[in-house]
Every structure is written in structure tokens, then in C-alpha cells.
Design a binder for this molecule. Structure first.
Ligand code: ADP
Length: 458
């Protein structure tokens, strides 16, 4: 409707403008021609020795009728001395038409009007003889042909305007119908997605902004579907993982209740129940930690040299390493300030170093290095342990993924440690890479951008 209204007013304006301009041009040329004819006649009359009805009539007989509907000549007081119209002749009367009055004041005058579909134009000019005003010549033309031409021109312009407006209305309606049909399609798809069918895709067709909107919508729906699948997978994995220690606890407690056991065996069973409860506790803590990484938008970061925290973690895990006969070497080369939350850095270092001990072999080595590499701070944890098979590398950072389930579980693993590390590293604009050789060991490299206070201040 807006387009229709806009085009309607534009066309209406063009219609008036062209009609008015053509009429003006037409009248201008008419005015020039009529005034010229009056000047010619006035020139002829000025040369007359005697300015009277007979001499003026003779002069006009010489000039011819000039296809005019009426010619009047007056003396300087406005009295008609010549009238081309013989019936009801005005000779002798005072012709006080406004055009003649103006001409007698020394002006060239022209006026026109439409009368009964004909163009009625009048012109009058003064007659000067030797610089003295002696009268005025007046000419009138009643031209029905020119009137008809003028009218047909205006009718044609109006018809073109109406046809164009009709075309605009038809096209606007077709366009509006197609546009709203496609919009309804997108709205219908939004409703389907809102109701939970994330697999739905909208087929927009065409090649315009709505097609781009449709493609963006499909990408969003696909993203929603992926995260929904991940969520469902996570929930089912989490409940499965929690079920295992719970089942063990139930089995162990049932055995204690049903069997007549000696105190030693009961103690052993209760200690197993304690271990399983401890595993459950660790797992729920890790799950909580994962969900808080997901939901937390910003944390209280501080500029921190990473070395002291890493040293603290190594000290903490030294005992377990010694128990597993693993030699730990710590190599801190540079001061590496990064923008991070200390607890997060502790957790990253703890999980990586703990894994390096857990998945190592007796008599193996574990090297922990902190150094600067250009604009980056690097924490590298390299072990000489069991290594990771090639096919497992791409799944390593997935939640609940474990290469060797039996080994991981026996060492208290939940498959959540590396997922936590990955999320924390990403949260602090860092990157983690891993290289491994099966049977020879693995190396985890975490990189954070250096945050130099001097640079930041400058
Ligand atoms: P978990 O709690 O089972 O250790 P992680 O997420 O920390 O879970 O690790 C995922 C899996 O990756 C582990 O189960 C293990 O199979 C493998 N893995 C992690 N670190 C190492 C390592 N340093 N050497 C060999 N395998 C490792």
C-alpha cells in the first residue's frame, strides 16, 4: 500500500507537471505568433497617411484575412475605426476590452482561455506613428483544432498515468503476496523450532534478503540441534557414569547385609564403599565445575605469573609420583604473566600433571616446563607413559571420553579432566595441543597470550 501511494502521488505530480508545462509551451508559442502578427499590422497601419476606417480597411484587404476570427483597430481614445466582423460591427463604438485598454497604455497584451473545447486567444498592441501613440490593433482567434489537440494531449498523459498506476498496483499486489507467503514460511518454521523440532529446515528458494535470512535461520536451527544432541548425550553419559559407582555401593552393602562375614572382610567391603563414594564425590565436583565453566560469562581475572601456581601443583602431586616411581622434573625458565583466574590455572595444571602421572609407567619420567615463546606463555607437560592411540586424539577433550576405560576407572578417572582443561583454556583465550606416540608417551602444550603490564600501560 505504501508503494502504491508513493507511486500514485509521484505519477499525479508528473501528470500535472507535464500537462502544465506542455500547455505553457503551447501558449508561449501562440503568444509570440499573435503579438508578431499585431506588430506587423501595427507597422503597416503606422505608415498610413490618414488613419481612418477606409484607409485601415484597405490596408487589411491588402494584408488578407489572416484566418483570424476578429480584428479591431481603435484610435488613441479607444473608439473602433475598423472591425473585420461585418455583422454587428463595432465601428464607431468604444472598445473597452481590458486587452485594448492595456494596449492603449503602450503594452503588448496577450490572453487566452479554453472555451467550448476550443482555444480562444486575444492579442493587442499599440500603434505608433512617428513615436506618437495613435491607436491599438486587436486580434482574436477562436481555434477549435488547437483546443482539441491540447485536450487530447492532456487526456493521453492522464491515461498513461492511470495505466502506469494500474501496473504498479498489480505488481505490488503480486510482490506483497509472494513476500508475505515467504515470511509466513519463516514464521511457521520458527514455531516448529520453538516446539522442539530442531531438525526442521526452511527452504526459502529465490535469491534475495529473505533467502539469506532463511539460510541464517537454518544454520541457527542446526546449531540448536547440535547443542541439544550434546546436552542429551551429556545427560545420558553423566547418569550412566554416576550409576556405576552407585551400583557398586549397592552390591557391596547388600553383600555385607546378606552374608555372614568376618570383621576383616566387612572392613574391606566398607573401605571399597568409601572409595566408590569418594569417586562419586570427585565426579560430581567435576560435573559442577564443568557446568560452571559453561554458564559463567566472565570471571575475576588477574595478571598472574603462571610459574608459582604450577610449582604448587607439582609439589602437591610429588607424593603420588614418588609412589608410582615416576621422576618429575620441573623447568621454569621465564616470568610469564597472563590474564587468568588462579583457581582455573591451578585446575589446568593439576589435571594435566595428574594425568601425566596416572598414565605413566613405573620408572617413567614426567617433565613440566614453563617458558616464554614470543608473545605467548607456554606450559608443557610431557610424560614417558602409555601414550594415546591416533584414533583417540580427536575425542580426547570430549566429556566422559576415556581411551582405556578399565585403566582410567581403576585410577579413579571420570573422563572429565581434559574436557575441563579444554574449556578453561578456551575461556582464557588460550590454546591446547597434544602430541603422542603410543607406548612412548604424550606431551600436552597449553599456550596463553602474555599480558605485559608495561605494554598494557603504554
Ligand atoms: P580421566 O579422568 O579418565 O583421566 P581425562 O579427561 O583426564 O579423564 O582424560 C581422558 C582420557 O585421555 C583418559 O581416560 C586417558 O585414556 C587419556 N589420557 C589423558 N591424559 C593422558 C596421558 N598423559 N597419557 C595417556 N593417556 C592420557
Amino acid at each position: 500500500m505504501t508503494y502504491v501511494c508513493i507511486t500514485f502521488f509521484v505519477l499525479l505530480f508528473l501528470n500535472f507537471y507535464t500537462a502544465g508545462t506542455s500547455r505553457q509551451l503551447f501558449c508561449k508559442s501562440k503568444e509570440t505568433a499573435m503579438i508578431e502578427r499585431c506588430h506587423l499590422a501595427a507597422g503597416e497601419l503606422a505608415d498610413l497617411e490618414v488613419f481612418s476606417t477606409s484607409t485601415v480597411s484597405n490596408a487589411f484587404s491588402r494584408m488578407g484575412s489572416q484566418s483570424l476570427s476578429r480584428i479591431l483597430v481603435t484610435n488613441q481614445s479607444g473608439q473602433v475605426i475598423y472591425d473585420s466582423q461585418e455583422e454587428n460591427s463595432a465601428v464607431g463604438k468604444n472598445a473597452l476590452f481590458p486587452v485594448i485598454v492595456y494596449a492603449l497604455r503602450g503594452n503588448d497584451v496577450f490572453s487566452w482561455q479554453f472555451q467550448n473545447r476550443a482555444m480562444y486567444s486575444q492579442a493587442a498592441t499599440p500603434i505608433y506613428a512617428y513615436g506618437t501613440l495613435i491607436g491599438a490593433v486587436y486580434m482574436a482567434e477562436y481555434n477549435s483544432q488547437q483546443g482539441a489537440l491540447m485536450q487530447s494531449l492532456q487526456v493521453n498523459i492522464l491515461s498513461i498515468t492511470l495505466v502506469l498506476e494500474a501496473v504498479v498496483i498489480v505488481f505490488s499486489m503480486i510482490y506483497a503476496a509472494t513476500f508475505s507467503r515467504r515470511l509466513r514460511k519463516i514464521m511457521e518454521s520458527i514455531r516448529i523450532i520453538r516446539e522442539g523440532d530442531y531438525s526442521h529446515q526452511v527452504a526459502m528458494g529465490g535469491n534475495d534478503e529473505l533467502t539469506v535470512l532463511g539460510n541464517e535461520f537454518n544454520a541457527m536451527a542446526q546449531r540448536l540441534q547440535t547443542s541439544e544432541q550434546k546436552r542429551q548425550q551429556f545427560v545420558s553419559d553423566a547418569s550412566h557414569e554416576l550409576k556405576t559407582p552407585l551400583a557398586s555401593i549397592k552390591l557391596l552393602s547388600d553383600s555385607i547385609l546378606q552374608n555372614d562375614m568376618d570383621m576383616e572382610t566387612v572392613r574391606e567391603f566398607v573401605s571399597d564403599i568409601g572409595e566408590e563414594a569418594e569417586r562419586l564425590n570427585r565426579m560430581s565436583q567435576k560435573l559442577l565445575s564443568l557446568s560452571s565453566i559453561d554458564s559463567q560469562v566472565s570471571a575475576d581475572c588477574e595478571i598472574l605469573n603462571i610459574a608459582p601456581t604450577v610449582i604448587r601443583v607439582v609439589k602437591m602431586l610429588e607424593g603420588i609420583a614418588k609412589a608410582g616411581d615416576i621422576a618429575v622434573t620441573l623447568d621454569v625458565q621465564d616470568v610469564c604473566p597472563v590474564l587468568i583466574v588462579e583457581d582455573d590455572l591451578y585446575q589446568i595444571a593439576f589435571n594435566l600433571i595428574e594425568n601425566g602421572i596416572k598414565y605413566n609407567i613405573p620408572g617413567g619420567t614426567l617433565s613440566v616446563r614453563v617458558y616464554r615463546d614470543g608473545e605467548n606463555a607456554v606450559l608443557q607437560v610431557t610424560d614417558s607413559g602409555v601414550g594415546i592411540p591416533e584414533e583417540a586424539m580427536s575425542h580426547l577433550f570430549e566429556r566422559f571420553y576415556r581411551v582405556d576405560k578399565a585403566r582410567s576407572r581403576s585410577s579413579g578417572g571420570s573422563g572429565l579432566g581434559l574436557a575441563i582443561v579444554y574449556n578453561l583454556v578456551r575461556r582464557h583465550q588460550g590454546e591446547i595441543t597434544v602430541s603422542s606416540s603410543l607406548g612412548h608417551g604424550s606431551s600436552f602444550r597449553v599456550v596463553f597470550p602474555i599480558f605485559d603490564t608495561e605494554e598494557a600501560e603504554s
